[in-house]
Design a binder for this molecule. Structure first.
Ligand code: PEP
Ligand code: MN
Length: 337
């Protein structure tokens, strides 16, 4: 971190800043310029409050030269993280395809969809039991019963389950869940992040609709700081001025995350676009750019879905897409070899 001081800083204030930083174990390199004095701070600056330092009377400007996230940072962990899930894995050159309904609606529905998506090549079953809905009058999910139906679908197909945890109190119900999803609306629910950091199931963090890359990675850092290193990032579209699509899919997140972090990155083209006909091209784009996987909503009867029917693919549209995604992924891998 670099601290640029104002001209002729008050000596007492400067001494107290320096001793405060030294008490925190920071080593200070001072460079005296004609106009400004610059302090180079060396050591673990991740716990320093940059805004607090910037607000001091004697400080002109503060710049971080190192990111505030450590565990998630590729600089400190150059190898890609590979997360074992059931008898598959996320990351490490595989293509994870999570597919299933937005919401679990009945046992028959989720079992039928699970069988269909598995036959098409999906590697995990998604389905919401606890649903974060914008309106309190919308279907809120089947809750614990929905988790039971997901468990039946898992037993029948062998597909691992990914489902959203909305509140700490639901955690004891998640015994049979393989990957805990933290939804976009909860990306900065720090108590929830801390709690999932203290348990050992992998956690997939969806990007908040207005979250920067750094904020998203700091959410991953919360989970990892608790000891859980198995974190997956999921880009699901961000809110922009464009209303034609539900959100705007930020595909640049794939190479940017690849550079900044070692964690796997999954793309959700369903919530990103809100339109089923856009899922195919954006899913293909995501694989072409190098995503570790996709999360795609599939419903047997989208017109009657209790949630997100407009963006859900029928199994007969998901099938050719999944095959194309796997073929594209295989072709790309063979080009790398
Ligand atoms: C979901 O996956 O069903 C969901 C609600 O996603 P998001 O948190 O990205 O809106
Ligand atoms: Mn949904």
């Amino acid at each position: 971190m670099i601290v640029v001081l104002k001209q002729n800083p008050n000596r007492d204030q400067l001494d107290s800043l320096i001793s405060w930083l030294q008490e925190k174990g920071i080593i200070i390199h001072t460079s005296l310029g004609e106009a400004h004095t610059i302090l180079g701070l060396v050591g673990d600056t991740s716990k320093l409050d940059i805004d607090l330092i910037a607000a001091l009377d004697i400080v002109e400007d503060v710049k971080r030269v190192q990111e505030p996230y450590k565990n998630a940072n590729r600089k400190f962990h150059p190898e890609d993280t590979v997360i074992p899930v059931g008898n598959t894995q996320i990351g490490g050159g595989t293509l994870t395809i999570m597919a299933g309904p937005c919401s679990v609606e009945s046992e028959a529905q989720v079992v039928a969809i699970a069988k269909a998506v598995k036959a098409s090549g999906a590697t995990m079953l998604r389905g919401g039991a606890f649903k974060p809905r914008t309106s309190p009058y919308s279907f809120q999910g089947l809750g614990a019963t929905g988790l039971e139906y997901l468990k039946v679908a898992k037993q029948e197909t062998g597909l691992p389950i990914v489902t959203e945890l909305m509140d700490l109190s639901q955690l004891p119900l998640f015994k049979d869940v393989d990957v805990i999803q933290i939804g976009a609306r909860n990306m900065q629910n720090f108590d929830l992040l801390k709690a999932v950091g203290h348990q050992d199931k992998p956690v997939m963090i969806k990007r908040g609709m207005s979250a920067t890359y750094e904020e998203w990675l700091m959410s991953a850092e919360y989970v990892m700081a608790g000891g859980n290193e198995n974190v997956i990032l999921c880009e699901r579209g961000i809110r922009t001025f464009e209303h034609y699509t539900r959100n705007t899919l930020d595909l640049a997140a794939i190479p940017v995350m690849r550079k900044l972090t070692h964690l796997p990155i999954i793309i959700d083209p369903s919530h990103a676009t809100g339109k089923s006909w856009l899922v195919d091209p954006l899913a293909m784009g995501a694989v072409a750019i190098g995503a570790d996987g996709l999360q795609i909503e599939v419903h047997n009867d989208p017109a009657r879905a209790l949630c997100d029917g407009s963006q859900s693919l029928k199994p007969d549209a998901f099938d050719p897409l999944a095959r194309k995604l796997l073929a594209l992924h295989a072709a790309m891998k063979s080009m790398e070899e």
